[in-house]
Design a protein. Structure first.
Length: 179
């Protein structure tokens, strides 16, 4: 079975509506060969407070993450993960995280989709690079519970397969009252 030829866009106006072409002006039709880039708007703020606090795994026998601590440091999200280990959980250290709102809204002029200013965060990502393995945490809130997906990719030449794990967390009452 042959694969179809890839789609080729010859001019900015050939791109799908809402694509990066909206950020360029195609002057070829006016005799000019140059494109002018429009500076991107600053990212809107996302309120990370729903994520902040200590999160504990529901599964006491998990072989994945047992605890996740989310904090604000200098206006940035800081994520500290703890993996299952004996006799004590293994501290993965602190990684910078990115908070995400639940959607976007049209704000500003010219109908540009730039985000929801001050929207409450519903999820985050954080990346850990350990040398032998890279782990991407992608977390989201589900009815005040935190679901954390961990994507692990081995880069040490060991032949181990990349893998996915998911853990579910709750905030103990004392952590929720401080957040």
């Amino acid at each position: 079975m042959s694969m179809p030829a890839p789609l080729r866009l010859s001019r900015a106006r050939d791109a799908p509506r809402g694509a990066a072409a909206d950020d360029r002006i195609d002057r070829a039709d006016q005799g000019e060969a140059a494109h002018r880039s429009v500076a991107p708007a600053p990212a809107p703020t996302v309120d990370p407070s729903p994520l902040v606090g200590t999160w504990v795994s529901f599964d006491a026998a998990t072989r994945g993450l047992v605890r996740v601590v989310v904090a604000l440091r200098g206006g940035r999200l800081a994520v500290r993960a703890f993996g299952a280990s004996s006799p004590a959980p293994q501290d993965w250290g602190e990684a910078e995280g990115d908070a995400f709102a639940g959607g976007v809204d049209r704000v500003g002029g010219a109908g540009g989709v730039v985000g929801v200013v001050g929207a409450a965060a519903v999820g985050f990502t954080a990346r850990y690079r350990f040398g032998f393995v890279d782990a991407l945490l992608a977390a989201y809130l589900n009815r005040r519970l935190l679901v954390v997906d961990c994507y692990s990719v081995f880069g040490d030449g060991s032949g181990r397969s990349s893998y996915f794990s998911r853990d579910h967390f709750y905030q103990p009452a004392e952590s929720a009252s401080r957040a």
